[in-house]
Ligand binder design. Structure first.
Ligand SMILES: Nc1ncnc2c1ncn2[C@@H]1O[C@H](COP(=O)(O)OP(=O)(O)OP(=O)(O)O)[C@@H](O)[C@H]1O
Length: 301
């Protein structure tokens, strides 16, 4: 596991520093400046051999001076295994579902496992729809790192959703033009606004609710009679998102009532997605003849 290999690497590095005793460091050549950084005197008449030795000495001494850093990092490891420490965590960064690039980044930073505040706050900070969070943790326990990780995680979705939001508002406008009472639920709305929209829909003030993928989560309205998938749910790689599909169609037919879900299929690609969803649930999805309104009516009732 990364945990152990990282800790091992630190131990190896320490051991290497301790074993470097046969290097002969010539005291007079080495001076520490006011910042404690070792500088060697560079004189024109130095031989190549001396030059090499200088650099080796410089490297070693810098390592020794910073050995407290190495020890400290190792100490983080120890603390992170202590259940009483604010750095203790039971999860790995993988379990926090960080994106692969971010995972690479945290490991490159030498972060080996999340701290307690990261373990607890990150799942909420990465939740969809975004949640407000107030968290408190003592200094140096990884709050800033948690904030930055969440911020970087959000960069990708913010690229993706506008397209969906655009489609949703276009669809809502088209349906309104045709005389439907339409409510639109979209990601840029404040939570209060979303709640108000859902409430109006629940009360039957609007009969049609258009919502993006993200917003559809968590909506629990009893009397949804028909769910229409304008776009089929796919994950970021374009594969069918079966879980979201189930969640969406589960909005209809609740509490033992009959429900109807209709999928719009407008290309070979979306047909392929639908077929794969069908295979996944091993449940046949009937084809509707769009010209036969009677048939549609019959099913809906
Ligand atoms: N999971 C982790 N594993 C190892 N080191 C970490 C981890 N998270 C953060 N760090 C390191 O610990 C140090 C403190 O982290 P950070 O600045 O995020 O803490 P903070 O809680 O914001 O501190 P402060 O309250 O003082 O601003 C930083 O050097 C950071 O790189």
């Amino acid at each position: 596991m990364a945990t152990d290999s990282w800790a091992l690497a630190v131990d190896e590095q320490e051991a290497a520093v301790k074993s470097m005793t046969n290097l002969q460091i010539k005291e007079e050549k080495v001076k520490a400046d006011t910042n404690g950084i070792i500088k060697t005197s560079t004189t024109a008449e130095k031989t190549d051999e001396e030059e090499k030795e200088d650099r080796a000495a410089q490297s070693l001494l810098n390592k020794l001076i910073r050995s407290n850093l190495v020890d400290n990092t190792n100490q983080v490891e120890v603390l992170q295994r202590d259940p009483n420490s604010p750095l203790y965590s039971v999860k790995s960064f993988e379990e926090l579902r960080l994106k692969p690039q971010l995972l690479q980044g945290v490991y490159a930073m030498g972060f080996n496992r999340p701290s307690k505040i990261q373990e607890n706050a990150l799942p909420m900070m990465l939740a969809e729809p975004p949640q407000n969070l107030i968290a408190q943790s003592q200094s140096g326990t990884g709050k800033t790192a948690a904030f930055v990780l969440a911020m970087l995680s959000r960069v990708e979705p913010s690229d993706r959703y506008p397209q969906t939001r655009k489609t949703a508002s276009w669809l809502a406008a088209e349906l309104s033009k045709e005389g439907h009472q339409v409510a639109l639920l979209s990601g840029e709305m404040m939570v209060e606004q979303r709640a108000a929209v859902i409430e109006r829909f629940r009360e039957g003030k609007e009969k049609v609710l258009v919502t993006t993928n993200v917003c559809a989560r968590g909506i629990d309205v009893e009397q949804v009679s028909v769910v229409i998938n304008f776009d089929l749910p796919v994950d970021k790689d374009g594969n069918p998102d079966n879980e979201t599909y189930l969640h969406r169609i589960g909005r209809t037919g609740r509490f033992g009532k009959r429900g109807l879900a209709v999928n719009m299929v407008d290309s070979k690609h979306s047909m392929n997605i639908l077929n794969r969803i069908q295979e996944h649930f091993n449940k046949k999805i009937e084809r509707l003849d769009t010209d036969d309104l009677d048939e549609i009516e019959k099913i809906a009732n």
